[in-house]
Design a protein around this ligand. Structure first.
Ligand SMILES: CC(C)[C@H](C(=O)O)[C@@H](O)C(=O)O
Ligand code: SF4
Length: 470
């Protein structure tokens, strides 16, 4: 048999029908839903008198609209409250498991899937959410879909898809201390651009990826979509299996051993060919900070705000000019001279336990700068509980951080947590578009350590110069 990539193997296992030149019909193993992109899909089902085909393969959570403050209080924002009520009603009516506001395992959809062992190697996973690519860290084929497709999957458990092309992003070598998975993916996007991987499924390979934890791999896969990719994947290995063993919905006992043998088969074969390849040297990557309004506008923390005139095409010059105007930045300014007003540690990119540990290690016995308002929003209630068991909440609160309940929070302005006009934020999230964190808000994407250090210093600093022993 012709050597195949990880993606091709998972794809082949799920094609139910394929006509020449037409999209394939794929079987979907797991359908995750949230309150924002599901209401019209359920409405469509009702209109046509259809049921949910596989409620047992459908799992719902509330994350985008949830308040991150005291949950015993009523939700004050009427739109958010309505959105959440609608999801609850739909889940009741169609018999779908829901992680609602009061559930001890509620959290961001891309955090709880892996945490519960719902996300498994070799599965096809979809969700009406672009960052579904996160789940690819387990060697699943996971991608975002639109609301009409959500309806289609609810009704049929299948989806029409054109076969994407493949791209290998190989990160050889070892990361330097202070350089994280977030910096790697920001560096990848800065290199290939926000459309660099359009139409492809990326497989991340190489020594640096292999030595990453599952949480780091999730950070990488999470932002695949910001490079234009349909999905990002990492071949499952011992790290993956160790993470999954004992997770609630993962196979147990003998079934787990059998599953492992099967998952090992998924690795890309020797000699398999990718349509495109990109190589990066991990040891050459420095901590990254974005300066503009697209995740591709990233630069090393040691750099300066670029001059739009230095860009090659008129389109690039224009968008750089516009970005700098929106961001209120001047060419030539060293990144480390930029002061921040807010710090947000959270989102499906960087709100898991290891992210919080990394950030806490930076702020321990230090204080948030008096002109900064900083918050930590764990990705799930489970992350929150684990962090509290280790006393991380105390470290953050002693330093002057707000310690919140789980949800998407200030990753996007769909709940009470937002930036005000012109407020500048060091954020561990994945998008820095205009208005993303609130109208007029200015977002700089960074790693959790870099965000924590910015909170203390009141401006960006190179985390590699930080003495963690103080
Ligand atoms: C609200 C949802 C549709 C959206 C997405 O698809 O990604 C959101 O999660 C985001 O991060 O912008
Ligand atoms: S945390 Fe942000 S990126 Fe992730 S699902 Fe929520 S809004 Fe989207």
């Amino acid at each position: 048999m012709k050597p195949r990539t990880l993606f091709e193997k998972v794809w082949d296992r799920h094609v139910i029908a394929q006509e020449e030149g037409k999209p394939a019909i794929l079987y979907i193993d797991l359908h995750l839903i949230h309150e924002v992109t599901s209401p019209q899909a359920f409405e469509g089902l009702r209109l046509h008198g259809r049921q949910v085909r596989r409620p047992d393969l459908t799992v719902a959570t509330m994350d985008h609209n949830v308040p991150t403050t005291d949950r015993s209080l009523p939700v004050t924002d009427a739109t958010s409250a309505a959105q959440m009520d609608t999801l609850a009603k739909n889940c009741r009516e169609f018999g779908i498991q829901l992680y609602d506001l009061d559930h001890p395992e509620q959290g961001i959809v891309h955090v709880i899937g892996p945490e519960q062992g719902l996300t498994l190697p070799g599965k096809t996973i979809v969700c009406g959410d672009s960052h579904t690519s996160t789940h690819g860290a387990f060697g699943a084929l996971a991608f975002g879909i639109g609301t009409s497709e959500v309806e289609h999957v609810l009704a049929t458990q299948c989806l029409q898809q054109l076969k994407p092309r493949t791209m290998e992003v190989r990160i050889d070598g070892k990361l330097r201390p202070g350089v994280t998975a977030k910096d790697v993916i920001l560096a990848v996007i800065a290199k290939i651009g926000t459309d660099g991987a359009t139409g492809t499924v990326i497989e991340y390979t190489g020594e640096a990826i292999r030595s990453m934890s599952m949480e780091e791999r999730m950070t990488i896969c999470n932002m695949s979509i910001e490079a234009g990719a349909r999905a990002g994947m990492v071949a499952p290995d011992e790290t993956t299996f160790a993470y999954l063993e004992g997770k609630r919905f993962a196979p147990q006992g003998e079934a787990f051993e059998q599953a492992k043998a099967d998952w090992r088969e998924l690795a890309t074969d020797e000699g398999a060919v990718f349509d495109e390849q990109v190589f990066l040297d991990a040891s050459a990557i420095a901590p990254q900070v974005t300066w503009g309004t697209s995740p591709g506008m990233g630069i090393e923390v040691t750099g300066q705000i670029p001059d739009p005139d230095d860009f090659q095409t008129e389109t690039e010059r224009k968008s750089a000019r516009r970005a700098l105007e929106y961001m209120g930045l001047t060419p030539g300014t060293p990144i480390t001279d930029i002061e921040v007003d807010r710090v947000f540690i959270g989102s499906c990119t960087n709100s898991r336990l290891e992210d919080l540990r990394a950030a806490a290690s930076v702020v321990r016995n230090r204080q948030v700068s008096p002109h900064v308002r900083a918050m930590v929003v764990p990705g799930s209630q489970q992350v929150k509980q684990s962090a509290e068991k280790e006393g991380l909440h105390q470290v953050f609160m002693d330093a002057g951080f707000e310690w919140r309940e789980s949800g998407c929070s200030m990753c996007l302005a769909m709940n009470a947590d937002t930036l005000s006009d012109k407020e500048r934020c060091a954020s561990t999230s994945n998008r820095n578009f205009e208005g993303r964190q609130g109208r007029g808000g200015r977002t700089h994407l960074v790693s959790p350590m870099m965000a924590a250090a910015a909170a203390v210093e009141g401006r960006f600093i190179d985390i590699r110069n930080w003495n963690l022993e103080d």
